[in-house]
Design a protein around this ligand. Sequence first.
Ligand code: PLP
Length: 316
Amino acid sequence: MTVTLDDIRAAAERIRGHVVETPLVRDEALSARLGQPVWLKCEYRQTTGAFKLRGATNAILSLPPAALARGVVTASTGNHGRALAHAARALDVPATVCLSRLVPENKVQAIRDLGAAVRITGASQDEAMQEVARAVAQQGMTEIPPFDHQAVVAGQGTIGLEIGTPEAVLVPLSGGGLAAGIAVAVKALSPGTRVIGLTMENGAAMAASLAAGRPVEVAETASLADSLGGGIGLQNRVTFPLCRDLLDEVILLTEAEIAQGIRHLGRAGHVVEGAASVGAAALLAGKVVPQGPTVIILSGANIDPALHARIMAEAA
Ligand SMILES: *Cc1c(COP(=O)(O)O)cnc(C)c1O
């Protein structure tokens, strides 16, 4: 195993005080409806609005002092970019985020507001990634990738130490850092617990890769679960093998089911993004049938408020 329970326990020690231990609250409506206790791990209430602060903080705190002085770099515009920028500022480490010209100005400003240096180059995510490679080669910065990295996976896995030993854990799945980390912790502490990965029907790279038996690319399509988009990397080293070996099942959700999940959680006062609603969506759609206490990971809050309001106003 490239990441172990000991790595996750060490990560928990390292990041203590730098991240929030988010609440685990019972979903009364789902519990009553399904006849089994359903618990929500409210990681959308993490600082920066998503669990990614755990992995980013653990990765930075795992670097030697000389590397810290040269700084960290990523090409992520989403929750990982925000988390890395925030963690770096909190730890007094320089951070750079490389973005393409296509990234909208509000996202660029959000990264700047978190104190990171922004480099805008090229017209695609690939070109932004090439700029990251240059910063590593020429300036000695350390790349902290969003998921395929042992310290990042160990950091995300600390959530698995905070959810008890349920019958099943439902985890949003994209690059697999969250699912792999939680699966390592949970399977070590409670081998009988099912760990189920959830993602959208269209453009789910990890699901396609697990089906193919090797990392593959898929065409990207727009989804309410935008944080679950993107590839897993054809050279994936860490998260593909862990997800292959540890996930009991991967379940795909339609856009209508994801919207239903957002609405259900929104009515209970949990304003979450599409990626965070897939566990509730799977239970509501009957695609996962709970056989005992079930924990859903609510992974992030970063949804456009106007989009959230529109989904809440839709019927059903
Ligand atoms: C990144 C992210 C995920 C998926 O995590 P992976 O480690 O890439 O599988 C799920 N939900 C939210 C809100 C995220 O930001």
